[in-house]
Each structure stands twice: as C-alpha cells, then as structure tokens.
Design a protein around this ligand. Sequence first.
Ligand code: GDP
Ligand code: MN
Length: 403
Amino acid sequence: MKIQEADAKSLLHAQGLPVPAWDIVHTPAEARAAAERLFLAGNDSVVIKAQVLVGGRGKAGGVKLAGSADEAEAIAGRILGMDIKGITVRKVLVAAAADIVKEFYASAVLDRTERRILLMGSAEGGVEIEQVAETNPEAIIRLHADPALGLLDHQARRFAFAMGLGTHWKAGAAVAQGLVRTMLAYDADLVEVNPLAVVREAGAHGTSAERLVCLDAKITLDDSALARHPDLEALRDPDDEDPADREAREAGISFIKLDGTIGCMVNGAGLAMATMDLVKRAGGAPANFLDIGGGARADKVAAAMRLILADPKVEAILVNIFGGITRGDEVARGLIDARAQQARAVPMVVRIVGTNAAEADALLREARFETAASLDEAAAKAVAATAGSRAGAAAGAGAGSPG
Ligand code: GDP
Ligand code: MN
C-alpha cells in the first residue's frame, strides 16, 4: 500500500527524522491562508505540492514555489484539479520553501534476495534514481542492515561519508538509521527520501545555518503486515487501488488478475494454484488467481463472480470447490444467484466435491449448469468453451478435410 507524501512525512517525523513542517489543504482559499501564516512567520516563499501517489510530480507541474499569498492561491488553484499521470489532484501540501544547497537521495528497501533491508544513497539526488542506476551505477551507495542488529553505527557513518554529506555526516548517519527504523516500525517495503536536502535556514541577526532535511517522502507498506498496524489502514488512498482489488479486499477474497481467458473461482490458495496449472496443461490460460477462502457463502460467491466477469477477456469460468468447511450446496446456490444477475453470458464449468457435494450436484443439474466430476475434465471443458480453442478446433477440422 502506497501512502501520500504528507502521511509518509508524519511517519518519518514520528521516527525522529528531520522533516520541515507542512499543511495539507483542499482549496485555493485554504492554500492562501496557510501561505499567509508562513509569510507572517518570516518566510519569503512557499512551496505548493500536489498530493498524488505518483512520482515525478515536479516534472509534471505539480510542485511550484510562490512568493506571495496571491500567487500561492493562484498556483493552488492550478494544481488542484490537475491530472497527473491519470490521477486528479484533490489536495496540496503547503510549506515554507526550502532554500536548497544540495539534493541527495536516500532510501531503504526490502531486498528479498538477500533477505535484508538494503540502504541506498546517492549524491545525485532530486532526479529519478532509476536514471542514476542506469547511467552512473557507481554513484549509488548500497549497504545491508543486519537482520538482528539493525543498521550499526559504523555502517551509518560509512553511508553518510560515502554520500559526500561532508559536515552533515552526523545528521546523515541519523537519517540512515532512521530510514531502517521506519522500515521496521511500520513493516514497510520502501522508505524513500528524494530529495534529502541540505538547506539554508535563516538564523537570528541575519545569520544563516545549513541543515539536512527530508524534503520529499515516499513509503510503501507491506499489505500482508497491515493487520499488525490497524491505525495505518486509515492512510489508504482510494486512488491507489484498482476497483477490482478494492472489491476483492472488502469481500475477503484473494484475487490476482492475470492475462488469460479462463476465469477461475476456487477455495484455498493451493487448490487455486493447482487449478491454474491444470488449466495450462489443458491448453488454456487462467484469467486470474481467485481464492474465495474457507466457509465461503453465497454472497462471497456472487462477489467472486462479479470480479471475474468484470474482466472483458474472460471467455469461460471454471469453478473448483473442495467442500470442507465450505458447504457445496451453499456455493451452488451462490452460483445460481450469481448467474441470474450475471451481466454477460459466459460458459461456466463447475466441479464441487466434498461436503454436501451431492446436494450441490442436484441443484446445479436442475439449474442446467455444466458440471464436471474431475478437475481434469473441468479444465478440459472450460478450455473447450473458449474462442481460441474453438478456432483451433475449426482449423484442425479444416486441415483434415479433403481439398
Ligand atoms: P517529485 O517530483 O514527485 O519527486 O516531488 P519532490 O517533492 O521531490 O519535488 C521535486 C523537486 O522540486 C525537488 O527535487 C526540488 O528540486 C524541488 N522542490 C521541492 N520542494 C522544494 C522547496 O521547498 N524549495 C525548492 N527550492 N525546491 C523544491
Ligand atoms: Mn521526489
């Protein structure tokens, strides 16, 4: 789950990282009021940033500086409602504009291969790191945190020196450790600060001082660990989620869309994987992975059917239910209801075994469903019902005919 910059900054701040203060506003008038407060406090310019879950907002025109309250209002008016990479901007962040001396890049990611947190940094901040990785890979510093001990002090110092943070090395080492701490505290997959910036701040009597701050923040949380952080669920952004993914999550269904034409409805993750394998072996391609879970009832079956049919590529549906806790007749009733409400007619093959399989079979036969006794048979029938297979059969017949 991706979270907005402001929410990511809140989490970084909670972990003790240096993040400049900000306001979130939804209208140009609110942006003006926030800017006025900042100008009154002695700032001479403010930054207005679109809050959307995509990178490269700056390049897309979603990050602008304003030198007066009028300008702040006008800029907020332009950014709010703007479309950035397909997402409409509904809120903006307003903060005192930083006087940037130099931009750096710093991030922590889960390195699945090494099974450790990987810390990455570069003096080439501000720009997209993928670009640096391609054109100048040696400009990226990488080091792994110890799974048991975390990021050790000497590692953090080495990181800060290698980044070229100079006199800011202490702050840099603290940021490095803070990134790893943030990863662990919230079960994040990614914590990225780009730019991590050295900024010049006005002090008393016309003096100025430099400080290292997190000017941008991006955090991706591990969906599978969200149950451990119920408070973070509130940070979920509706724009982040595909409508099908949302429906699946709300219905308690595990659903992953794939590229094939055979929609699969199965109970149990292992059985769902096996079903997909057998569809492949029968010459077809699964349109999805779908596990309706144990004890699924009629409403869940109907939700699963809606999810499958929402994919226009689906040409046939294969239902494979092993009744344990799940009762076969309950699933059969759900399928009958779902078919009655079905938006488009798609051939369906149903295999139900286990608890109440006989009752399920009677119900399905009465409702004139295509059933199958074995999974192989079900897969073969589903594949035969798809257009690719019909075309293949026609071509085969053509080749065999005398001519
Ligand atoms: P992104 O484009 O979505 O990554 O958004 P960022 O928050 O990283 O902003 C993009 C760029 O705008 C940064 O790399 C900075 O160069 C610039 N920027 C952002 N905030 C400020 C600020 O407060 N002052 C100045 N001068 N530039 C800023
Ligand atoms: Mn950025």
